[in-house]
Write a protein that binds this ligand. Structure first.
Ligand SMILES: *[C@@H]1O[C@H](CO)[C@@H](O)[C@H](O)[C@H]1NC(C)=O
Ligand SMILES: *[C@@H]1O[C@H](CO)[C@@H](O)[C@H](O)[C@H]1NC(C)=O
Ligand SMILES: *[C@@H]1O[C@H](CO)[C@@H](O)[C@H](O)[C@H]1NC(C)=O
Ligand SMILES: *[C@@H]1O[C@H](CO)[C@@H](O)[C@H](O)[C@H]1NC(C)=O
Ligand SMILES: *[C@@H]1O[C@H](CO)[C@@H](O)[C@H](O)[C@H]1NC(C)=O
Ligand SMILES: *[C@@H]1O[C@H](CO)[C@@H](O)[C@H](O)[C@H]1NC(C)=O
Length: 856
């Protein structure tokens, strides 16, 4: 028997922390067999941090037992739910210690158990809510944490609290994971889970209905390989990852226990870490993932490397080529890359890739005591080894991880961001091709920014008959002689400039100029001319390399600088097709578009020749602290207008309306007079032959510049370019990059920040301090306003480029008020939930803005 009279209520009298009013609170933190918890009662942990009780989210009829922060009011932040999948639908419930000593949640009316803890039998138990948020069942006389019979920390819902372990425990056999709520007001198990995979080199996956969508990367001693911004020991949070034969888990602890932090899998499939800001009374979004395109699991397939600073983001490393060139050139990298030459085992070499996120590692071999040189030996000695790396990068690095499968989900970071060296096995013949191993891939991201690239799909291997070659060569010769005489600034460009000054209502015919254009000859360059100009494609002249091929700087005999894009040989496009495409782009002549000077076809080689841009790309100056002062307000304004004109030309040219689809700072090149030139503009047209105007099966482009309808639904139109243009304008004004822009306390992206300032009449504060003292504040405000008009959520609200040009230039034109911008990935999925609750307000800044707007 178990006489209840021996159990006592334990009352705790405690003072809340000094910054609260001193008042006496009586609280119970223990549940004993004789004293069930009813709907109107709660348990409060000893230090007053957490409270446990019944709650009904959104005032629904479903009742749950949950734990929330005691001090965070009035909106409860629920951190744990007992019966998430078994709500009490009838209002009266009872939580008690059952006869077996376990926790029982009963429907009071029917007396049926709705939920129970499931632990080994021990009849003299109590349940206690600890001050770290752990609700434990223990023997009444034994408070030792090692002896807990059951604990809520072993059954997380969607939230990881300090001290909680995410991962596997051999004793309980549990692999503790986080699983999102179904919706904001429904705590039942949702689609998204954050689950540790203990096999190989352990790492954590975010899954959507069991399908992996994001990967943390294995723990490299300092942080997760895929979370470069993380530090194992920080000023606020210490992260731990433990791998032993009994346990594999991830957890974190707060340096200061009175600071609250929690990691959540939200119901829209993102990981979010919040910290509570006492002074402002808000949950601050401290970190989140998935952030960008490269965070999508397998974005670039096997052996493809994802790099958000490159465009397109997927590239093949040295010695590899796209497995499915057609899809690759349409910027669907998911088929990945394949080796150019098969491995031969004995004679193979290794390619060093730096700043890498380690590949998927569930089958990796791990030995934390081996040195890197032993690791290399082991890899070399095992013919199925495809790569190796240090398993721990702390200090000078130690340990060994070896992959014996095709490498998946690789990602490269910018040098400053982090990542580590990864050594890839390559056939000797592929290693030999690059005297400077690895440099090709390293400089790749920069290359994209440096060079004017109109990416052109290239067909491969159409061998011309001898006769054709002979004819082509004859033609090249005559072209070369004539080339300097070809006048690119023909009547077309002049009429274009006229158009821009004229009202937008001009009929197409007036500015098309198409009918009057003389037969346009495509300048063909001789292979030997190009080889000479680039010093035989020397490594020194190489500006970079990407999925489409390599780019070289060159100087023609006449002294003109050129950029030569040597396209890789793997496309199915024929020579005539290629020439037609090039001819088409070459016809796009505008002061603000990078000029294609010609092309070169030689056997299997295809090359594009562009004018060379002295000042490289806009982002290399604008986002560079040392250089941004080169751009005073006047030149920034000129750049904005230049881009607008270039884009207007692309959008409204009568014969082929070109939607850029990847407009961004790195695709704007600057000549020596800082005149902006849009590059990469042939991409959409050339690659998108089989795509419709309305949608694409796969979204290409760069997050941060993508309109909501394009990013989310794949719908693109001239208005998605207008959106990107708007982002660009705000970046040029502020000198801040949209992706990864943080404002001191509140984490706002550039668009919401600009919007906030503008709405509060503080628009001028957006202006980059390096833009100088001299500026026309009307002009600045007008640019911000036009920028905001362009990034409005709904495409139909955005102006077209003709209007943009007009709005930017004419001071007297009345400028309409922008509506709410669409923040990338922040668009509310559901417009009906506009009366968002207070709880939502504390989540993200975006939603605060939304709420304010709806209140208007
Ligand atoms: C709720 O109560 C009704 C009757 O009052 C009963 O029929 C029903 O089974 C109860 N539901 C649950 C989930 O206990
Ligand atoms: C409790 O555990 C037993 C066996 O260990 C299992 O059969 C039963 O389904 C579990 N009940 C719950 C509610 O998890
Ligand atoms: C997560 O853990 C729960 C038990 O808490 C388990 O039922 C579920 O299957 C786990 N999910 C995954 C994806 O492993
Ligand atoms: C811990 O945080 C609290 C609240 O922010 C602060 O008052 C206290 O001084 C901090 N303690 C230490 C040791 O930093
Ligand atoms: C989930 O997290 C992401 C990333 O922080 C955020 O954009 C999104 O709005 C969140 N979803 C909800 C419903 O809060
Ligand atoms: C190569 O490595 C794999 C994976 O560790 C292992 O299964 C295989 O036995 C090794 N082969 C040799 C020849 O060592």
């Amino acid at each position: 028997m178990n006489p209840p009279q021996f159990h006592f209520f334990i009352l705790f009298f405690l003072f809340l922390l000094p910054n609260h009013h001193h008042h006496l609170v009586s609280a119970i933190d223990i549940l004993t067999p004789g004293t069930p918890l009813t709907k109107d009662q709660t348990l409060i942990s000893l230090g007053g941090n957490f409270e446990l009780g019944f709650f009904n989210p959104g005032n629904s009829n479903s009742w749950y037992i949950g734990i929330w922060y005691k001090r965070i009011l009035p909106v409860r932040t629920i951190v744990w739910v007992a019966n998430r999948d078994h709500p009490l639908t009838n209002s009266s419930g009872l939580l008690k210690i059952g006869e077996l000593g376990n926790l029982l949640l009963l429907d009071e009316d029917s007396g049926t158990p709705v939920w129970s803890s499931n632990q080994t039998k021990d009849s003299n138990t109590v349940a206690q809510l600890l001050d770290n948020g752990n609700f434990v069942v223990r023997h009444q006389d034994d408070a030792d944490s090692a002896d807990f019979l059951w604990q809520s920390f072993d059954y997380p819902t969607d939230t990881l609290l300090p001290g909680m372990k995410l991962g596997w425990d051999s004793k309980t056999g549990l692999n503790r994971n986080l699983t999102s709520w179904k919706t904001a007001n429904d705590p039942s198990s949702g689609d998204y889970s954050f689950v540790l995979d203990t096999s190989g080199f352990p790492e954590i996956f975010l899954t959507d209905k069991g399908i992996r969508i994001y990967r943390s990367g294995p723990w490299n001693g300092l942080r997760f390989s895929g979370v470069p911004e993380m530090k194992a020991t920080g000023p606020v949070i210490d992260f731990t990852f433990v791998t032993s034969k009994d346990e594999v888990y991830y957890s974190f602890d707060m340096r200061n226990n009175s600071v609250y932090s929690r990691l959540v899998v939200n119901y829209t499939g993102f990981l979010q870490r919040f910290t509570w800001i006492e002074d402002s009374g808000v949950w601050n979004l401290y970190w989140y993932a998935r952030k960008d395109q490269c965070d999508f699991y397998k974005e670039c397939g096997y052996y493809g490397i994802c790099d958000t600073n490159a465009s397109p983001v997927c590239k093949c490393m040295t010695g590899f080529e796209p497995r499915n060139p057609q899809a690759w050139y349409l910027r669907d990298g998911s088929d990945g890359c394949k080796r150019k030459h098969g491995l031969e085992c004995g004679s193979d070499g290794f390619l060093t890739l730096n700043n890498m996120k380690l590949p998927e590692s569930s089958t990796a071999f791990l030995d934390s005591s081996m040195s890197l040189s032993d690791c290399e030996k082991m890899c070399r000695g095992n013919c199925s080894c495809t790569a190796y790396a240090n398993s721990d990068i702390a200090g000078s690095g130690s340990g060994c991880a070896i992959w014996t499968v095709d490498l998946l989900d690789l990602r490269q970071y910018a040098a400053a961001e982090g990542g580590q060296n990864l050594y890839i096995r390559l056939a000797a013949s592929d290693i030999d091709q690059t005297s400077n191993v690895g440099s090709g891939t390293d400089s790749n991201g920069n290359a994209k920014r440096i060079i004017m690239i109109v990416g052109i799909v290239v067909g491969c291997a159409v061998v011309l008959s001898l006769v054709t070659i002979w004819l082509v060569h004859r033609r090249i010769k005559s072209q070369r002689e004539k080339r300097s005489a070809i006048n690119y600034k023909g009547p077309r460009e002049k009429s274009q400039d006229l158009l821009l000054k004229a009202p937008v209502t001009l009929s197409k015919r007036e500015y098309s100029g198409e009918s009057t254009t003389e037969e346009f000859e495509l300048p063909l360059f001789d292979f030997s001319t190009i080889a000479l100009a680039t010093d035989n494609f020397s490594q020194a002249n190489k500006l970079g390399q990407g999925g489409f091929g390599s780019v070289y700087k060159g100087t023609l005999v006449e002294g003109q600088d050129i950029a030569v894009k040597r396209l890789s040989k793997t496309s199915g496009q024929g020579v005539e097709e290629f020439k037609n495409e090039v001819r088409l782009i070459a016809k796009l002549q505008h002061r603000n578009l990078v000029r294609l000077l010609g092309c070169c076809v030689d056997a299997e080689e295809k090359m594009l020749i562009y004018e060379y841009m002295e000042n490289k790309s806009l982002d290399s100056i604008l986002f560079n602290q040392e250089k941004s002062s080169l751009l005073n307000w006047q030149s920034r304004f000129n750049i904005i207008c230049g881009i607008a004109r270039g884009l207007l030309y692309m959008h409204q040219d009568s014969r082929f309306r070109i939607i850029h689809r990847d407009l961004k700072a790195s695709n704007i090149l600057l000549d020596k007079e800082m005149i902006p030139k849009i590059s990469d503009f042939g991409m959409a047209r050339i690659f998108g032959g089989d795509e419709t105007e309305a949608s694409t099966r796969r979204v290409v482009g760069t997050y941060g510049y993508m309109s909501p309808e394009y990013a989310m639904d794949g719908i693109f139109s001239v208005k998605s370019d207008v959106f990107s243009f708007g982002v660009l304008v705000l970046e040029i004004v502020s000198g801040k990059k949209n992706r990864g822009f943080y404002h001191v306390n509140n984490q706002l992206n550039l668009l919401s920040y600009a919007w906030k300032l503008w709405r509060e009449g503080r628009g001028l504060e957006l202006l980059d301090s390096t833009a100088g003292e001299k500026f026309d504040s009307y002009e600045v405000m007008r640019c911000i306003q036009v920028g905001l008009l362009c990034v409005q959520e709904h495409a139909e609200d955005r102006p077209d480029m003709a209007n943009v040009v007009l709005l930017l230039r004419c001071e007297s034109a009345p400028v309409p008020n922008p509506k709410h911008p669409g923040f990338i990935l922040g668009r509310r999925p559901d417009h009906t939930s506009s009366s968002s609750s207070k709880q939502d307000e504390s989540f993200t800044v975006n939603q605060v803005t939304v709420t304010i707007m709806d209140g208007r």
